[in-house]
Write a protein that binds this ligand. Structure first.
Ligand SMILES: C[S@@+](CC[C@H](N)C(=O)[O-])C[C@H]1O[C@@H](n2cnc3c(N)ncnc32)[C@H](O)[C@@H]1O
Length: 211
């Protein structure tokens, strides 16, 4: 195993768990994840941080997927801690191993920044949703201010290598509504407090698949 592979497999999942648990990020999770209901699929579920936010009274079944084996160890442990029966699989968002229209709800938090192909992943999320199903999202991405975007463009090449392929300049809402037939209901957007603005622009909401 090369040093780069070792870093990505063992250090990155721990760094991500730490960075993705800041109070500002946890506040946004708390606005979005408890809205999940019915048969739920979580893309990029590695780390398992969202497990504590699901409302057991609303979630009928839970499936999750992530390419990181180490990240999935954390997820399985967190699901077990909640007493949740979970179908957790290793896989990529660009080719989701579930049939069309399998889920009422997809949860996608802080993952579109890291997938290889965000548009293809969004088309896959649309495919696995039932008509009228909801994609609940909370993502960081391209800021609305030119001075911040300038820094995002400068930092992204190095950041991507250190942070498991995380992009800083991907748009959020427009990418979701542009990739598939979703109607977007943005619930919030802001710079996360106590976070550098180049890493801190967050948008959250729901995108509904036509019934
Ligand atoms: C910043 S972490 C966020 C983890 C989790 N979604 C959360 O909210 O804490 C990004 C996650 O995306 C996963 N990821 C990277 N590439 C992916 C892909 N092609 N498909 C699905 N997930 C991917 C990573 O393994 C990692 O778990």
């Amino acid at each position: 195993m090369t040093l780069g592979n070792w870093y990505n497999e063992h250090i990155v999942p721990r760094l991500i768990r730490c960075a993705c648990s800041s109070p500002a990020i946890m506040q946004v999770r708390d606005k979005v994840v408890p809205l999940a209901s019915g048969d739920v699929f979580e893309i990029g579920c590695g780390g398992g941080i969202n497990q504590q936010f699901y409302d057991p009274a609303r979630v009928k079944s839970y499936a999750g997927m992530d390419p990181s084996a180490k990240g999935l160890d954390f997820t399985r442990a967190a699901a077990a801690q909640q007493g949740r029966v979970a179908d957790i699989r290793e896989g990529m968002g660009e080719a989701i191993p579930f049939a069309d229209a399998s889920f009422d709800c997809v949860v996608c938090t802080f993952t579109l920044c890291s997938v290889d192909d965000a548009a293809q992943t969004l088309r896959e999320l649309h495919r696995v949703l039932r008509p009228g199903g909801r994609l609940l999202y909370a993502e960081h991405g391209k800021a609305p201010d030119a001075d911040v975007i300038k820094w995002q463009n400068r930092i992204e090449p190095v950041w991507k290598r250190l942070a498991g392929g995380c992009h800083l300049t991907r748009p959020v809402g427009t990418a979701i509504s542009g990739a598939a037939d979703f109607s977007l209901n943005q619930l919030g957007a802001r710079y996360a407090p106590k976070t550098p603005r180049w890493a801190g622009w967050i948008e959250w909401g729901e995108a509904i698949k036509a019934a």
